[in-house]
Design a protein around this ligand. Structure first.
Ligand SMILES: [Zn+2]
Length: 141
């Protein structure tokens, strides 16, 4: 049995996604994951919430202007955009058909599932179809 590929994260990044997902209900919250890639395990140091421009409650579309501003700000601070995150306001933390078949600009995606009163974050490698789940390891900030 081989060890599952992993992504590391600061707990504050996870907390940002969970909080934003709860506040956005019944809409989906969404944003970008910033951090560093070092060796095989990238580290997400910060999650940024962006406005969701999608017309439907069941999908997300990052605000283009905020997206660009966040990328520039990350670069200034020596960080990279590692991926996107979004919530499923009333569903599991697994990718929908729309998620997997949409265009992915980044190799990493986090999904916050809000289901049965519980919130859960799962990480995925979006370079494969279906998306491959990654172990999410907490790392002190
Ligand atoms: Zn989704």
């Amino acid at each position: 049995m081989s060890a599952r590929a992993a992504v590391c994260a600061h707990p504050t990044a996870l907390a940002t996604c969970l909080r934003a997902a709860a506040v956005a209900q019944p809409r989906e919250a969404c944003g970008l994951l910033l951090g560093r890639t070092a060796g095989r395990c990238g580290t997400v140091t910060q999650a940024v919430e962006l406005a969701n421009r999608a017309a439907s409650d069941e999908r997300f579309e990052l605000d283009a202007r905020e997206h660009l501003a966040t990328e520039l700000d990350a670069a200034r601070r020596g960080l990279s955009v590692l991926g996107t995150w979004h919530s499923h306001a009333n569903g599991p933390a697994t990718p929908s058909a729309l998620d997997e078949h949409g265009a992915c600009a980044y190799p990493l995606a986090w999904i916050v599932g809000l289901e049965h009163g519980e919130a859960l974050v799962r990480a995925y490698d979006t370079r494969e179809r279906p998306w491959r789940e990654l172990a999410l390891r907490m790392e002190p900030a």
